[in-house]
Design a protein around this ligand. Sequence first.
Ligand code: HAM
Length: 432
Amino acid sequence: MPSKKAKKSNKDILQAPKGTRDIRDDDFYTMQGFYEKAQEVAVYYGFSGIFTPILEHTDIFLKGLDADDDAVKEMYSFTTKGGDSLALRPEGTAPVMRSYIEHGMGSLPQPIFLYYMGPYFRHEKPQKGRYRQFHQFGLEIIGSPKAVLDAIIIQTGYQILKESGREICVKLNTLGNPENRKEYVKALKSYYTKHFKSLGKADQKRLETNPLRILDSKDPDTIEVNQDAPTLISSLNPESKKHFKKVLEYLDAGKVPYELDHTLVRGLDYYTHTVFEYFTTIEEDGGKPLALGGGGRYDGLAKAMGHNKDIPAVGLALGVDRVLEIAKKGAYSPKIKAKPKFYFIQLGFEAKAQAFGIIETLRERKIPIKHSLSKDGLAAQLATAEKLNIPYTLIFGQKEAIDKTVIVRNMETRKQDTVKIENLKDYIKKLK
Ligand code: HAM
């Protein structure tokens, strides 16, 4: 399709698009380690995995979320050649709910515990901790309105984040049921109308579109007005109060540290009752700290998406990119990544041909190695081993190929032993 914009130069197209990035080297393995740990915790807490497509019908987000939600305003959507409107998923909750409805999961024993992970897309202004392609690990419990499940979600997310080695705190609020919320929005509207002149410019506009969002404004003038804004607690009916109280009791029982924050409203419109966000206690360099994740109860989403009845549900998503930025070094190390202790050197055609068998034998015995099969000379291969700082080399030349032996060389002391291939595993085990 011809673009209206000027064509990009070769220099531009050889860079990842703005707000996206390659995840390489140690970052790749830390991310993999995070996903392994998060899945392990989720599975122990009773969740099962699901992958949904990266593309969904745009309407599930337009109907399920609100037009003023950040995720909707920043959605990448397009019309296909066949005329369908599809979107790169901006979040994972609406897709998981779509899948629950499509596959009739409502007829299974309720509730259904699901976890998911992968890339999500929002056309945001890129900055530290904010990307256009970012990664989430999410949990959803669908099919029950019980407060204990809100607490289980918060607890599971908390335990995954605690593995980062940082102190984590949960900020918590309740939005009550839709009627409470309506009442509250009315009270807020009248309060903000009285203080209209003192609000920041963007917040004056929000008074018409989404007054709740004024509560989590970052504008210093609005923050001052917010000090005395009415709180939702006063608009809660007894049922909603009871629900929230139970959530707090379960969190106390699970020893999850939390702070109540009546300005926490979250950026998505589908929430009812409990809403929460995770933060670390590490100081940010100026500005409000970024949430490491967040979520809440969303009992009305299914109907908003076009389903014939409400389906109670609660969930969260962790922002993987942000979690990895604050995690202590080595906190999330994947099982697959072992630092190789051996550099395999082969010399001559026969040795190169037999090398395939030896590498496979080592792999079967879970001994990771590095090698450069494309190189021939001893000096070049030794130099690479040295550069990579690998402590031992396994040298396999013509003579060794005939004798079925390998020379094991300590790169620091330069001492070396000749070892029968069949004894290699035991020999290696004894090395430090
Ligand atoms: P969310 O608050 O929009 O919620 O996103 C969850 C987390 O994803 C955020 O706290 C943040 O850490 C991360 N995140 C969001 N946008 C970006 C970005 N542009 N760059 C980097 N990280 C980002 C949801 O998405 C809901 N679906 C959560 C949920 C699940 N509610 C119920 N179930």
